[in-house]
Design a protein around this ligand. Structure first.
Ligand code: AMO
Length: 429
């Protein structure tokens, strides 16, 4: 019976393992085959004078990264990895790897990100890379877990749509029979419609598509968004939810991913809640004197401004009270000061992780705001209709999953946090 390699201890009597050949060291009379599965590595030691002929034959034929099955007694050996070694009685080559390898899995030769992404299936055999995706999986599990515990319903909404939600320039048009269609930029309109549907608390974890022209280390053309929408809630309520969710994700990784964090050399800093809040006006005041560009009230916070504010804040924080003019039509203006709205961004010192808002739930105000953005309410008819038949007040946010993982693990490039990134130049694998 196959045993996970990590379960084999110096006390184990005998084992049968299957895995990849991580390293081969042939010292003449003696040969070491380091075998790896997803749990760890073990050294199989062949003493050529003593080993069965069939073992010698098979061992000679294998190459690095081939898949093998080896069985035999286990011996305690201080110098071997994990303090034990396997003495092959049988050695079977299951699938041979061609040589040379497109990528050195044992990491003797560092590879460029592009080469790694071209051969992602080899790249992910490296414990460091596998650790990133084990942590990402834990984050996604913790996120869904918290939302289910808080009574949310998971929904799946269309990715092929007829209208832009986040503005027209970043849309991917697609061929959809004789109609004009796009890949969805955000589940925004659909999650809001589910408030009219009476679901009250919904979440969706799914792809969003943005036709960002620029290649940056924090933008993808296909990203994973964690989206929530909550009825009878305001922006403060969903900001508190976002804090709980972030903390819960960090704690889950801290508790369940100690070996992966160690492999990555990351000392996890669990963010303290509540996150500090600064107003948009304060953000401008912090950034303006610290950056070269001209920055005034009413401008978007660009990369340089975000960086300057991030250095000042030092950990996660919220920017609140945004000018209505630079937030989407669905953000609710303050009644007593409609120039500002109940929108927020949640920031990591390196970049924006989430934006959200209390939404406009009043039909006529929404139509007015859609018009004010130069958009036509007619093309939003399917979205506007639910607002005429009892739309509760509601609020929500979208959180970029890759950016959460990237900032949590201090990865240099967002592509490190995606198995198969889609960017300006990459459409395969
Ligand atoms: P926004 O457009 O700010 O808001 O997106 C929300 C979050 O999604 C992530 N994100 C991206 N990540 C990587 N590459 C991209 N190209 C990319 N675009 C967005 C970011 C960002 O903070 N409908 C609103 C959300 C809401 O109000 O509920 C929206 O889409 O982390």
């Amino acid at each position: 019976m196959r045993q996970p390699i990590a379960d084999i201890t110096p006390e184990t009597k005998a084992a049968e393992i299957t895995g990849w050949v991580h390293e081969i060291r042939d010292l003449g009379g003696l040969a070491f085959y380091v075998i790896r599965d997803r749990t760890g590595i073990i050294q199989a030691t062949i003493v050529k004078k003593k080993a069965p002929e069939a073992v010698l034959e098979a061992a000679k034929a294998v190459s690095r990264e081939s898949v093998v099955r080896i069985a035999g007694p286990v011996k305690a050996v201080d110098k071997a990895p994990g303090g034990r070694e396997l003495i092959p009685e049988t050695f079977e080559l299951i699938a041979r790897a061609e040589t040379p390898l497109p990528l050195d899995v044992a990491e003797k030769v560092p590879a460029e990100l592009d080469t790694r992404l071209d051969s992602r299936y080899l790249d992910t055999r490296r414990p460091r890379i596998a650790a990133i995706f084990q942590i990402r999986s834990t984050v996604m599990h913790a996120v869904a877990d918290l939302l289910y515990r808080e009574g949310f319903i998971s929904i799946q909404t269309p990715k092929v749509v007829a209208a832009a939600t986040e503005g027209g320039t970043e849309l991917f048009p697609i061929a959809y029979f004789e109609k004009e269609a796009f890949l969805n930029q955000s589940p925004q309109l659909y999650k809001q419609m589910m408030m009219a549907a009476g679901f009250e608390k919904v979440f969706e974890i799914g792809p969003i598509f943005r036709a960002e022209e620029h290649n940056t280390v924090r933008h993808l053309n296909e990203a994973t968004s964690i989206d929530v929408e909550v009825s009878f809630a305001d922006h403060e309520d969903v900001m508190a939810l976002l804090e709980r969710l972030m903390k819960n994700a960090y704690e889950a990784v801290f508790e369940r991913c100690a070996p992966q964090l160690e492999t990555l050399g990351v000392a996890l800093d669990i963010p303290e809640t509540p996150f500090p809040r600064i107003t948009y006006a304060e953000a401008i005041d912090i950034a303006a004197p610290r950056i070269e560009e001209d920055l005034r009230f009413g401008d978007d916070l660009g990369t340089a401004a975000e960086k300057a504010i991030g250095e000042e804040m030092g950990s996660h924080y919220f920017v609140v009270d945004w000018p209505t003019a630079i937030k989407p039509y669905y953000a609710m203006p303050y009644e007593n000061n409609p120039e500002l709205c109940r929108a927020f961004d949640m920031m990591h010192p390196r970049m924006e992780l989430s934006s959200g808002a209390q939404r406009v739930h009043l039909h006529d105000l929404l139509v007015e705001q859609i018009r004010a953005k130069g958009l036509s309410p007619e093309s939003f008819e399917f979205y506007l209709q639910p607002f005429r038949y009892g739309m509760p007040p509601h609020a929500g946010w979208g959180l970029g999953a890759e950016r959460v993982v990237m900032t949590m693990l201090d990865l240099a490039n967002i592509r490190e946090a995606v198995l198969f990134p889609r960017d300006r130049h990459r459409l395969t694998p």
